[in-house]
Design a protein around this ligand. Structure first.
Ligand code: ATP
Ligand code: 5RP
Length: 293
């Protein structure tokens, strides 16, 4: 936690929709004049695509815990913690990108599945914004969550998460249904041990729940639309959250628990803007006061 150099993190599994939520935050930052240093979580993978495939091939057929992009072996958890610590202390640190697609990679004149070189963060940013798999991860000595001022979980119910991953990986990353299914299976151990526990450390979770049948995600022809879903928004600490205001502003929303509001899928972006704009105001206000001291 840092008054001068706050950190906002969106954490969620692959295909959960964290990149989609990032666009909502970019809109809030633009409107409120906040300069954010953006960190893509996949850039903290430990291996490029070729090395990862070699490591997986070397283990093929072996039993026990599998190597996956969800777990500690295939990610630089320590480096991610160092970045958060360093940004919280000084507003600085290093970042890079993982280039998933040919389109992204062309821009850097590198092959897809590689990392850009590490580079220093721009100076004078107002906050660090992380979007990815491990914004609240804890493992052995590493505790990334403790440095984050606003921690948000994006967690569709699991069938929907898989549909979203299948569609995205097939349409923009060139994978087959079989390849994505294998990845989902191989990651299951790490999903349970490293992804799920994070959602008990977040301040707010957004869980998209489809209102259509998604019982076999592997044959779903399309992602359920916003109008075909509801979003469950749960606050770890509801103190200070103006629920009557949210209920009034968001048509057809309702409370399902004392700390949980449910909104129609199409209102998720509006809900995020209404909920997080005051959070960002508070973080920026605190930062201004700390810098003036
Ligand atoms: N609220 C939503 N409504 C409809 N479709 C969505 C929603 N959120 C995400 N999607 C779709 O789900 C797919 C995955 O979303 P996105 O790329 O944001 O996931 P991600 O969490 O960033 O994944 P990764 O970490 O693997 O990059 C995309 O095709 C996206 O359009
Ligand atoms: O989305 C992911 C994790 O969030 C990807 O599975 C991971 O980044 C590996 O990507 P690729 O298969 O494109 O090398």
């Amino acid at each position: 936690m840092s008054e001068r150099h706050p950190i906002v993190a969106i954490t969620g599994s692959s295909g959960a929709g964290t990149s989609t939520v990032q666009r909502t935050f970019e809109e809030v930052f633009r409107r409120e004049g906040v300069a954010a240093a953006v960190i893509e979580g996949d850039s903290f993978h430990a291996y490029d695509r070729k090395t990862m495939r070699e490591k997986l091939a070397a283990r093929e057929g072996s039993t026990g815990c599998q190597l996956s992009h969800f777990g500690p072996e295939a990610n630089l958890f320590g480096e991610l913690e160092n970045l958060f610590r360093s940004y919280a202390e000084s507003g600085g640190g290093r970042r890079r990108k993982y280039l998933h697609s040919l389109e992204e990679a062309e821009h850097y004149q590198q092959p897809p599945g590689t990392f850009t070189p590490w580079e220093e963060l721009p100076t004078g940013t107002d906050l660090l914004f992380y979007e990815g798999l491990h914004g609240a991860v804890q493992h052995e000595q590493v505790d990334v969550a403790r440095f984050v001022d606003l921690l948000i979980g994006v967690v569709p119910v699991v069938n929907l998460e898989w549909i979203q991953k299948l569609h995205r990986d097939k349409s923009t990353r060139g994978y087959s249904t079989e390849a994505v299914t294998d990845t989902i299976l191989r990651r299951m151990h790490d999903y349970v041990h490293y992804i799920c526990p994070q959602f008990a450390r977040t301040h707010v979770n957004f869980q998209r729940v489809p209102m259509v049948d998604t019982s076999n995600p592997f044959i779903a022809r399309s992602i359920p639309t916003a109008d075909e879903s509801m979003v469950v928004i749960r606050f770890a600490n509801p103190k200070g959250i103006d629920f009557p205001y949210l209920l009034n502003m968001i048509n057809d929303s309702f409370m399902s628990r004392a700390n949980t509001i449910v909104v129609p899928g199409g209102k998720m972006e509006l809900a995020m803007q209404l909920i997080f704009t005051p959070f960002i105001w508070r973080l920026m206000d605190r930062r201004r006061k700390a810098l003036a001291q």
